[in-house]
Design a protein around this ligand. Sequence first.
Ligand SMILES: Nc1ncnc2c1ncn2[C@@H]1O[C@H](COP(=O)(O)OP(=O)(O)OP(=O)(O)O)[C@@H](O)[C@H]1O
Ligand SMILES: [Mg+2]
Length: 394
Amino acid sequence: SDKGLETYETFSNSSSSTWRQITLPVVRNNKFTGELIQVGASISSSMNTVNSVKVMLWVSLSLGLIASVLFGYLLIKWSFKPVARITNEVARMGFTDNFDRRLKLPKADDELRQLVRTFNEMLGRIEDGFGRLRRFAGDVSHELRTPIAVLRGEAELALRRDRSPEEYKASLQTIVGESSQMSAIVEDLLLLARAQGQSIPIHPESVAIADLIHDLEQSVRKNFEDKQVRLASNLGELGGHYLQIAKGYIIIAIKNILLNACKHSMSGQEVQLEVRETQREIRFVIIDHGEGIPQEDMPYIFDLFYRADTARNRSAGGVGIGLSLAKALINLHGGKIEVSTTEGGGASFMVALPKEKQAPALASPTMRQKLMSQGKHLSRWPRAFRFRQSKPSS
Ligand SMILES: Nc1ncnc2c1ncn2[C@@H]1O[C@H](COP(=O)(O)OP(=O)(O)OP(=O)(O)O)[C@@H](O)[C@H]1O
Ligand SMILES: [Mg+2]
C-alpha cells in the first residue's frame, strides 16, 4: 500500500472469526497522494458457507461413488444374467456327443441373441458332422464285411481237408483278388476323407487338355474294350488349352464317371466324352445311352455308398464310392459336377473346372504350405500317379 498499490489481506483472530481488509490508494492527477482508504469486514459467515459446501461435496462424492459402484455391480450382474444362463445350459449339455439340443434364444434382439444363434448353427453343423461320421463308420464296416467273409470262407474251405496244389493255388488266387479289391476300397475311402477334409497334397501343374484326354482314354481303354463299348472323344478346338490342375486327381474323378458310363452301357453302344468351353469354365461332358438313372435316385448318387437299385447295377456290383470321390476331387479344384438325363435315356455327367483362376483351396498360400509340408503322404496314393507312369512316350 505504501507504493500506491491496491492490496487485500485476510486474517483471523483467536476467537476464530475471519476478516478481510482491502486497502486502496488515493490517486489524484495520476499521482499517488500517500493517502489510503481502508475497508474491512468479517467474512466468517461466508467462510462457514464455503466450509459446509466443502463437507457436503465430500459427503455426496463418497455417497455417489458408493452408489455408482453398487449400481454398476448390479447392472453388470443383471446384464450378464443371460450369459450365466447360457453357460449353465452349455454346461448341462455335458461332454456327450449328443448334439441335438439347442440353446434358448434370448428375448432381446441384441448381440447376445446373435451369438446364441451362431452357437446353435455351429451345434447343427457339429451334429451333422457326427451323424455323417457315425453313418460312415457303419457303412464302411458293412461294406468291408462281405469281402472279409469271402476271404475267411475261402481260407476255411481250403483248410477243411488236404487239397492238391492246384486247389490251394485257386483258393489263394481268390484271396488275392478279394484282398486287392478290399485295399482299393480302403484306398478310395482314405483319399475321399482327405479330399473332403481338403488335406491331400495337391501340386497343380499346367496340363494340356489333349494330354489329359489321352491319359484318360488310356486308363479306361481295357474296360471299354472288354465290354465292347466305344469311347468317342470330341475336344473341338480345345486340345491345346491348358488347365492348372492336379492331373492325377482329375483323372481319378473323370475316370470314375467314364467307368460308370461303360458299366451302364450295353455292348455295341457308344459313350461320348466332349470338351466344351464357357466364359469361365472348361466342361467335360460324359454322355452314355445306357439304362439311365431313375429320377428319384438323382439327388443321392453323389452320396457315399449310394447305389441305385437297378438290375444292371446289381450285376455290376459297385461299391458306391466312385461318384462321391469324383465330387470331392472336383470340389478341391473349385469345380463342380452335375448329372442330367441324356435324351432318349442314359446318363449325362458334366464336370466343370475353372479356366483361369485356381480353386481357393489350391491357391491359398497357407493351405498350399500346409499341403507341401504334408508332402510325405504323397506316396500313399499310388493310384493317383500310376496313370502318369502308364502314359505312353508319344
Ligand atoms: N452312367 C450311369 N448310368 C446309370 N447309373 C449310374 C451311372 N453313373 C452312376 N450311376 C448310379 O449311381 C450310383 C453311384 O455311382 P458310384 O460311381 O458312386 O458307385 P458305383 O459305380 O456303384 O461303385 P464304385 O464306383 O465305387 O465302384 C451307381 O451305383 C449307379 O446306380
Ligand atoms: Mg462308379
